[in-house]
Design a protein around this ligand. Sequence first.
Ligand SMILES: NC(=O)c1ccc[n+]([C@@H]2O[C@H](COP(=O)([O-])OP(=O)(O)OC[C@H]3O[C@@H](n4cnc5c(N)ncnc54)[C@H](O)[C@@H]3O)[C@@H](O)[C@H]2O)c1
Length: 431
Amino acid sequence: MRALIVGTGGVGESLAAIAARRDPEGELFERLVLCDFDLARARRVSLRLGEERFPAEQVDGMDPDAVAALAAKHGVDIVCSLLPIYADLRVMRGALKAGVHYLDTAACDDPDPLPDGSRRPFYDQVEFDYHEQFARIGKLALLGNGVEPGMVDYFARYAADHLFDEVEEMGVRDGANLEIPGYKGVAFGFSIWSTIDECVSPAIVWEAERGWYEVEPFSEPERFFLPDGIGYQEMGHVAHDEVIHIGRNAALLKGVKRATFKYGLGGDFIHAIEVLRSLNLDSTTPIPVNGGMVAPIDLVAAAAPDPVELGKSFVGKTAAGIWVKGRRDGLERQVYLYQVADNEECVETYGVQAVVCQTAFTAAMTLELLATGKLAGYRGNPEAGVRSPEEFCADPYVALMPEYEFHGGVMEMDADYKRAQERAALVGPAS
Ligand SMILES: NC(=O)c1ccc[n+]([C@@H]2O[C@H](COP(=O)([O-])OP(=O)(O)OC[C@H]3O[C@@H](n4cnc5c(N)ncnc54)[C@H](O)[C@@H]3O)[C@@H](O)[C@H]2O)c1
């Protein structure tokens, strides 16, 4: 497979490093072209991993013609957008022009206002408007193939297919115990632009009866227990794609009736976001500064410490996963399907920090599934169109996780089903 990786920041670099380790001889990932408007950034990664298989190119991802031209130059099978979310749609148009598959790790807001000047609501995602066009050329646009969204959407499908007879509710729950010893200040874990955008946007909930509706960011805080030594974290609602994907695919998910996303970002981080908001520094509307025009959010993203470098100093772990509540064998069951990444291990193995590394695994694995025939058309999977991970059988994805040393788990949570298993475990050995 040949792929254009548009954006060689934290996630782009991680994807290339994971592909290089998974496939040292380049039999599967034949060529990954590392593109960025910051050519020096792409070059640094290219030199680290090998210029022949990982060549660097300069491109403005906001220019679909330039993306299409580069895709044609390298004869790629797929274009991946690993840019801040506002740019995804442009890269997607570039893939369409080039007539190849497309993949991203997060959905974007529509950069253009509606005819009446208003913005589309977050849940009415503009990328799905391109479904017919991708279907017509027989190519896939694979949305949200990171960790959240991404891994957790595959997990949602896996839980529905294998762990439940009926599903009532699915909720992504994310938290970490990452810290930088002695560091005082705000440390972003990934794309500063995307992080601010998702933390200040109205959060979103989906219910079968009501559809999608907005709630205050970080509202309805709850304490949720995370495995692997992380422990309880307080989490609140945030706007995230999984809530949209799960609602759209409820019929594939055993009739799930409610979907949420909650982040445990910690009180200090939420306070920092509130400060940015109160100063209007989260605004995407350019304002005059010293004779030029600058969007405040762009200024913050450019000025704050780069998560790619700063993140390498974190100590601790980050958990991503999905809590599923439903019924199995007539009993109420609750599980948390999760993956925990250790920052020091990620830095040592891949040279990148845990948050972006955890994100890039699913992008790499989805590329492999596509290249090996285990995605398009496999076991009744769709062959073309704009798709989220729930639409694909998750079994090959889950089977691939140990091969990538990307280990996950299922935590059985307190419910009738777990208690019945525990009673059986005590009686079982003696009988
Ligand atoms: N699904 C998930 O779990 C998940 C998790 C983390 C990040 N993400 C998404 O991954 C994407 C990348 O995040 P990241 O942390 O790597 O960001 P980053 O800021 O580290 O990297 C972005 C890169 O894009 C480049 N860039 C920006 N605009 C460009 C343009 N117009 N043309 C060419 N290059 C441009 C920058 O120079 C930078 O190298 C973001 O959209 C983020 O929301 C998804």
